[in-house]
Design a protein around this ligand. Structure first.
Ligand code: NAP
Length: 498
């Protein structure tokens, strides 16, 4: 592949992977052929692991946890491995971005940006490994001293989705490893390549064997076996709210494993008349079109002040029309292909439903013919009412629904009129207005006069049915620990039995 050309080439034949167990690739399983969603050409062959492979991976992770080859290291030694991983990721960024684009359909330039973000995750994770600490209580009287220790939870199962395969993986793995836990990962069957390549990179960086394992295959076999596994101490699941709910049931019915859940969203972007409307229109078009709207934090509900609504909707539509949708391997592409056939059908179904329920298409509303692969035009629906399915349900595509408000209270009420609470954005030049909305919207991440900004220092996660727990930063490391209270007595005991 020649990265100096404007368009990378497709591989001549699909690349075959093994699954990653106890520090090396393993083969011998039936293979799943993944085709590039942007071109319809086979690009990878991925093992279909079995529940027995899950058992083997969990056993490896358990052995590696119990032998303390990782948990027993100092934070500084763990940080060294994470920092070396960041350095190696930098060296292999082009290769990782290439396989991410081939399997996912996202633009290559965006994929490179995501690998850079992943590098930051490992750097922040390295710092967090050194800074992780507990607490002490010197307030229990002269006879008693209290220590609060943070200990790794143990073996973590990690199930990730296909929309940001490497980015979501790396918003979790460095923090899981920083805590001293070991991990078994199951990526989406659609997008396993970069999760497997990370195994090679971690090994080269000096991670002892058995700490990071990857089992590939479908959610219904491999994923479900993990949710039900009695020897996984904690499961971090990122994906749909429906499967998240199944994880809760499986935990209850097995070993009550601790759960971290990052689920769906139907995120508001609230635009006031006093905002910089040019910037807000650009952010609105970006927020719903980035990653073809297959983004849990995409701003899929525009809530705009009535006095400027007609003009603002036109401004957003003009921006959307100019977005360069096309071949993910082309350097100039801004929006690539829809990642799976099922997701393509789902989005097209919502385009039909929106019109049938009485909303008006201001721009987009159709599939785009690129001579292969699945593409959908960024779409703006106006005249949307809160009862419509395009108003309530997560579409997970480049489809924006617009609503209008008159007062701050009404804007907040509309923003909170959802079962989800993942993210939100507010646009106003008035700090009182902006911060009032930021404080009152019930969501885990808020952007004021910006969109999808930030880094892995800041925690991420959802309110309401968007999930439980937080990932990234020091909050993310703490999520993979449990606290233990140690009581230390001083002096002679006051006897209970005289
Ligand atoms: P999904 O169907 O829930 O799949 C997510 C992961 O779970 C995949 O690895 C999938 O494997 C696996 N899986 C499927 N069925 C399973 C089962 N019964 N038991 C255990 N694992 C199972 O969701 P998706 O369609 O991939 O992703 C879209 C959803 O994810 C959206 O709702 C989106 O909002 C959410 N999401 C949330 C965040 C966040 O941070 N909050 C980030 C990204 C996506 P296979 O794909 O191999 O079947």
């Amino acid at each position: 592949m020649d990265q100096t050309t404007r368009r990378l080439s497709l591989p001549e034949s699909p690349r075959e992977f093994g699954f990653w167990l106890d520090g090396s690739y393993r083969g011998g399983r039936a293979l799943f052929e993944r085709a590039s969603p942007g071109h319809g050409v086979p690009v990878t062959l991925i093992p279909k692991c079995t529940p027995e492979d899950v058992n083997a991976a969990v056993a490896a992770a358990r052995r590696a946890f119990e032998d303390r080859s990782w948990a027993g290291l100092s934070g500084s030694d763990r940080a060294g491995v994470l920092q070396r991983t960041a350095d190696l990721l930098r060296q292999r960024a082009g290769e990782l971005a290439y396989w991410e684009t081939l399997e996912n359909g996202k633009p290559i330039a965006q994929a490179r940006g995501e690998i850079n973000h992943a590098i930051s995750c490992f750097e922040v994770g390295a710092g967090a490994a050194r800074l992780l600490h507990g607490d002490s209580f010197n307030s229990l009287g002269d006879g008693l001293f209290g220590m609060v220790l943070r200990e790794p939870v143990g073996v973590v199962g990690l199930i990730t989705p296909w929309n940001f395969p490497f980015l979501i993986l790396c918003e979790r793995v460095p923090f899981i490893l920083a805590s001293g836990c070991t991990v078994v990962v199951k990526p989406s069957e659609m997008t396993s390549a970069t999760t497997l390549i990370l195994g090679e990179i971690l090994a080269e960086a000096g991670l002892p064997k058995g700490i990071y394992n990857v089992v590939t295959g479908s959610g219904r076999t491999v994923g479900q076996a993990m949710t039900e596994h009695p020897d996984i101490d904690m499961l971090s699941f990122t994906g749909s709210t429906a499967v998240g709910r199944a994880c809760v049931h499986a935990s209850a019915d097995s070993n009550l494993k601790k759960l971290g859940l990052e689920l769906g969203g139907k995120n508001p972007i609230v635009v006031f008349a006093d905002a910089d409307l040019d910037d807000a229109a650009d952010a609105t078009a970006f927020g719903i079109s980035f990653n073809t709207g297959q983004c849990c934090v995409s701003s899929s509900r525009l809530i705009v002040e009535r006095g400027i609504a007609d003009r603002f909707e036109e401004m957003v539509a003009e921006k959307m029309k100019k977005i360069r949708v096309g071949d993910p391997l082309d350097e100039t592409t801004q929006v690539g292909a829809i990642t799976t056939d099922a997701q393509n059908e789902t989005i097209l179904g919502y385009l039909e439903k929106g019109t049938a329920e009485g909303a008006k298409v201001l721009t987009g509303g159709t599939a785009l013919d690129m001579g292969g692969g699945s593409y959908i035009a960024p779409t703006l629906f106006t005249g949307v009412t809160p009862d419509m399915s395009i108003a309530r349900e997560e579409i997970f595509g480049p489809v924006l629904s617009s609503f209008r408000f008159d007062t701050v209270d009404e804007a907040v009420k509309l923003a909170n009129d959802t079962a989800y609470g993942l993210a939100g954005s507010v646009w106003s030049r008035n700090i009182d207005t902006a911060l009032t909305v930021a404080r009152r919207v019930r969501a885990g991440r808020l952007w004021v006069n910006c969109m999808l900004a930030g880094g892995p220092e800041m925690p991420l996660g959802g309110f309401k049915q968007s999930g439980w727990g937080r990932e990234a930063g020091t909050y993310g490391v703490e999520e993979y620990t449990q606290v233990k209270s140690v009581h230390v007595a001083f002096g002679k005991r006051n006897h209970w039995v005289e």
